[in-house]
Design a protein around this ligand. Structure first.
Ligand code: GUN
Length: 313
């Protein structure tokens, strides 16, 4: 933390500038919210066990030996253990063919004991993410990646919501940050985050939403108008202080592994936002790591519980 900042209440930082004005901003604690959600889920699982109902079962398919994917999957397994879910890890070499992987997905689709499953991305280049994703049964698609679940955002009763956007909406709700009528700018129009999140902000959040992407000219012209600025690009340093309105809420979904000898583990996780210079201008901001990241796993667990409840009420 900078020398001119004092942290008196956890999560709330007082920034005093040279004009002796005092601004405060809250660092949104995704780890704490995800712990709260996991506690709520484990209570529901304990209740289901007591009532003799089926315990949620998540299967995870991992192809290849990408280090980052392995770490994410380890976190998912740990989260399953924490809340009392059953889980199955299925690993395949990166030489597996698309057809063979499709057959395994078919098997998991038909396995009555598995309530939800995910295929960890990225996949080897010879395998089509779209074909694999679309093979997943929508009512077991706990990542919310299928076209059916993307489309269900605009239905009255969504099936399983895309996990990361769901996590962002949950963070806003649990910090009592209103979205209705707000000017939201989403930077990044990806199929898995930016696009579904924009629709959820419109449908559920009743916000006015602008979607920016790599072809947007003069990004700052849009971001400076945002009451709520959400960035999901994966480009460290993209959002600087001059691009953010005073008092804005800033949600950073970008998570990039930056390697360097100065980092103990050999790498650091960086968001899209220049946190140090942007934070003092905001009212609320998510850090990276510890902001949106833990919420993706919390949403995955919520979706798995919902998938179980739908199949085995
Ligand atoms: N790779 C990076 N993030 C994710 C995620 O949320 N789900 C899956 N399946 N793969 C990922």
């Amino acid at each position: 933390m900078d020398g001119n900042q004092k942290n008196e209440t956890p999560g709330i930082v007082k920034a005093v500038n040279s004009m002796t004005e005092t601004q405060t901003y809250t660092i949104i604690d995704g780890r704490k919210i995800s712990q709260d959600i996991k506690k709520e889920i484990s209570e529901k699982v304990a209740m289901r066990k007591q009532e003799g109902k089926k315990v949620p079962h998540l299967a995870i398919i991992l192809v290849g030996d990408d280090g980052a994917s392995q770490t994410y999957v380890d976190h998912k397994v740990k989260a399953c253990k924490e809340v009392g879910f059953h889980y199955t890890m299925m690993r395949f070499a990166d030489t597996i063919s698309e057809d063979k992987l499709m057959k395994h997905i078919d098997q998991v689709n038909r396995d009555e004991d598995v309530d939800g499953f995910i295929v960890q991305l990225p996949l080897p280049l010879n395998i089509s993410v779209e074909r694999i994703t679309e093979k997943i049964r929508p009512d077991k698609d706990v990542d919310g990646f299928t076209n059916r679940n993307f489309g269900s955002i605009v239905s009255k009763n969504p099936l399983l919501l895309p996990a990361t956007p769901f996590g962002v909406m949950e963070l806003l709700k649990r910090y009592n940050i209103p979205t209705e009528g707000k000017n939201c700018v989403v930077v990044g129009a990806s199929r898995l985050v930016g696009a579904p999140l924009s629709m959820m902000l419109v449908e559920e959040g009743k916000a006015t939403v602008t979607i920016c992407h790599k072809f947007t000219k003069d990004l700052g012209m849009f971001t400076r108008h945002a009451d709520i600025l959400i960035t999901a690009v994966g480009k460290p340093g993209l959002i600087t202080a001059d691009m953010v309105k005073e008092g804005a809420v800033v949600i950073d979904v970008g998570t990039t592994r930056v390697e360097g000898p100065q980092y103990k583990s050999g790498f650091a996780l960086k968001g899209d936002v220049e946190f140090k210079e942007v934070a003092p201008k905001t009212s609320y901001i998510t850090p990276v790591p510890g902001g949106v990241g833990p919420m993706t796993i919390a949403s995955l667990l919520l979706n798995t519980l919902r998938a179980t409840e739908l199949r085995n009420p």
